[in-house]
Design a protein around this ligand. Structure first.
Ligand SMILES: [Zn+2]
Length: 281
């Protein structure tokens, strides 16, 4: 089937009390692994490309692979841009046929963030493409919980931002971080609950890699609509390739090496989807 937009998937998540996995891919094998896992779990997913990986792989190529995967899949698949860094990059992905784009101008001042996000919303919504934006600072995972807490999203500003921009979902900072955690993440569930309950659009949490399953399950229960995961898949992919080449000659069949990496990513995706669909109704 054709690609679905975020709005469709996030509505499904609400109805069935699941959280949509928004999983990062930058090549065909990773994307195939993610969609295969989604199919096995009968759970719709968002496949997304990090902004730097759009530069690496090309938006047209990634969209074509996602579309091919979606056409072979029995579950709904969306294709998104993750942490789009400018209006121009978001537009590039909208024009390439992505079904969702994130515009991340959280480090800019409020007025600029609103103005540029509105420009993205305008071109995206005209084509039925969903828009995610971010408020607060989602830190890198080598920071202490105290440092991460300095970037928490202000719920009052979040409510205003969603009204000012008309976005479809909002990424918030509540204690998770990007990459591999150096310290155990400390999630502010009280803040997360306020955001989920009072902001007028679905709430997105980033930094799903390495966050303990029980913490993720709590977020699912609270109604977090979308959880972003990247690092855990990339590490599984790299580890599998590394192991494979230690055990084989460098001139072995590439397909054998990639098959191992693809299977490793699929195992991680299945495990993530288990938690994200734990309370499904
Ligand atoms: Zn992120």
């Amino acid at each position: 089937m054709a690609l679905s937009n975020y709005t469709e998937l996030l509505a499904y998540a609400k109805e069935h009390k699941i959280t949509i996995g928004a999983f990062n891919a930058l090549n065909m094998e990773i994307l195939q692994a993610l969609v295969a896992a989604a199919d096995k779990k009968n759970a719709p997913i968002i496949v997304q490309t990090y902004h730097k990986h759009v530069d690496f792989a090309g938006a047209d190529y990634m969209r074509a692979i996602a579309l091919a995967a979606s056409e072979c899949s029995k579950v709904k698949i969306a294709m998104g841009l993750d942490h789009g860094r400018s209006y121009e990059q978001a537009r590039l992905c909208v024009e390439a046929g992505y079904s969702g784009v994130m515009i991340d101008l959280a480090s800019e001042d409020y007025e600029y963030n609103v103005r540029e996000t509105c420009r993205v919303v305008e071109i995206a919504h005209a084509r039925g493409v969903s828009v995610e934006a971010e408020l607060g600072t989602i830190s890198d995972a080598d920071r202490t919980p105290e440092e991460i807490a300095k970037g928490y999203t202000d719920p009052e500003v979040a409510r205003r931002f969603v009204k000012d921009t008309g976005i479809d979902c909002l990424a918030v900072s509540v204690g998770t971080a990007h990459g591999e955690y150096k310290y155990e993440p400390r999630i502010n569930f009280e803040l997360l609950k306020e955001l989920v309950d009072t902001v007028s659009c679905p709430i997105v949490v980033h930094g799903g890699s390495g966050t303990p399953d029980e913490e993720v399950a709590k977020m699912v229960r609270m109604g977090v609509a979308k959880l972003n995961v990247g690092t855990d898949f990339f590490n599984a992919y790299n580890d599998a390739l590394y192991r494979f080449y230690q055990e084989h000659t460098p001139h072995c069949d590439i397909a054998d090496a990639l098959a191992e990496a693809r299977a490793a990513v699929e195992r991680v995706a299945l495990q993530k989807l288990d938690v994200l669909t734990r309370f499904r109704v």
